[in-house]
Design a protein around this ligand. Structure first.
Ligand SMILES: NC(=O)c1ccc[n+]([C@@H]2O[C@H](COP(=O)([O-])OP(=O)(O)OC[C@H]3O[C@@H](n4cnc5c(N)ncnc54)[C@H](OP(=O)(O)O)[C@@H]3O)[C@@H](O)[C@H]2O)c1
Length: 364
């Protein structure tokens, strides 16, 4: 048996990073070194409860800290938090992360990516969303660099979408409210569909990328549970919980006008500067985000997925909102958190994102 390979992770304590680190280290095939600003956090301790995870204390906005993170690692999983940096800064530091990973001898680089929505939408301004384009644009740059650099470091993209966990969590762009006893989602997806992902599926996908470099090199693995419409989300939740649920489509004006916890005129990125003309506002950023999904119903629109490929790579993947909610119901009961219905009540509902748990920026 060969020794476990070391994977350097950026974003390890995040909603996405935790299940990825968990599945890598629990397999025994990998150990992890994770960059974090605060190794004393409960989330970092959680990572260490899974197995061998060493901290590098620092920030992704530092060459020295990136070098220390990548030095001697076989692989890297990099998910820079664009809601910290904003789009422009995220792009610069993702490029530097890729370059410094090569410099430090990393052999396989996986970018935690999002769809390049502006390009996929035909470069139409209504599809411009900084937290999607900031990743997707650099994702394409990495795949093109990889053609020249793959003899030294191979690379793949792991392209996700909104975590379905966000619809049962607080302080997200799609949190539920309870109105006259009815769990209600109000968001502007129209008759489009969301390419939600299940966080528990992220680990197996990313592990597969590292396990099979000969197949995954140069791949953009775009994942989703399914293209899920608002009404379908509500139907699935009602079926699993047995309680009345509704989805209400709202206009962008209504969405940003009331009940959106963040100031829509604030910067998309808590360290981004609104005086910089490159910075999008929260409203600009999330208008592009919602428009992508409004135009993606039925796997025929702007955002498409190859479900057959996902079935081959991860045969046990979650395939529907109903399956996701059933698993969540069982998980909650097993952990003593109550039923799913109880968990979304205002007195019980929890954060899923570290950024809101840490109160870094109200609501995202
Ligand atoms: N929300 C979604 O549905 C979704 C879906 C796909 C992709 N994304 C993207 O994922 C990214 C955020 O990750 P997440 O969803 O896991 O959010 P999260 O739960 O809020 O976690 C944020 C992560 O970023 C790390 N981080 C933030 N600033 C850092 C810095 N300066 N240096 C080093 N690490 C830093 C945090 O680490 P420490 O606090 O430990 O330092 C933490 O691990 C964003 O770019 C977002 O666009 C989000």
């Amino acid at each position: 048996m060969s020794a476990p390979r070391l994977i350097a992770v950026i974003g390890g304590t995040g909603a996405q990073g935790i299940p990825i680190v968990r599945d890598l280290v629990k397999s025994g095939d990998y150990t992890v070194r994770a960059l974090t600003r605060t190794p004393s956090s409960a989330r970092f301790r959680k990572l260490q409860s899974f197995g061998p995870v060493e901290p590098v204390i620092g920030t992704f906005a530092s060459e020295q800290d990136l070098r220390a993170t990548f030095h001697g690692a076989w692989g890297a999983f990099v998910n820079l938090d664009g809601f910290n940096s904003g789009e422009k800064t995220e792009m610069f530091w993702t490029i530097r992360a890729y370059e410094l990973a090569i410099e430090e001898g990393v052999q396989f680089f996986v970018l935690g990516n999002l769809d390049y929505g502006y390009k996929k939408g035909g470069y139409r301004p209504e599809f411009r969303g900084g937290h999607y384009d900031g990743k997707g644009r650099i994702g394409q740059w990495i795949l093109s660099q990889n053609k020249d650099n793959q003899s030294r470091m191979k690379a793949a993209l792991f392209t996700t979408g909104p975590y379905l966990e966000m619809v049962i969590s607080q302080n997200t762009p799609m949190s539920p409210s309870v109105e006259d006893g009815v769990v209600t989602w109000r968001f502007p997806v129209g008759d489009g569909a969301m390419t939600y992902v299940a966080l528990d599926d992220c680990g197996p996908y990313v592990k597969w990328l590292f396990d099979h470099p000969e197949l995954s090199n140069g791949l953009d693995l775009e994942v989703a549970i399914d293209h899920i419409r608002g009404a379908e989300l509500a139907r699935a939740f009602e079926k699993v919980t047995g309680h009345p649920v509704r989805f209400v489509d709202v206009s962008l004006d209504e969405y940003f006008g009331k009940g959106f916890g963040l100031d829509p005129s604030g910067p998309a990125g808590y360290n981004a500067d609104l005086n910089d003309p490159a910075t999008l506002t929260i409203r600009e950023n999330f208008s592009g985000f919602w428009n992508l999904f409004r135009h993606s119903g039925g796997n025929k629109g702007v955002l498409q997925r190859n479900y057959k490929l996902m079935d081959e790579i991860h045969p046990n993947r979650i395939r529907s909102a109903e399956e996701f909610f059933r698993l969540e119901e069982q998980k909650g009961l097993r952990k003593g958190l109550g039923t799913l219905w109880e968990r979304v009540q205002p007195e019980n509902i929890k954060d899923i994102l570290k950024i809101t748990e840490d109160n870094r920026s109200g609501r995202l």
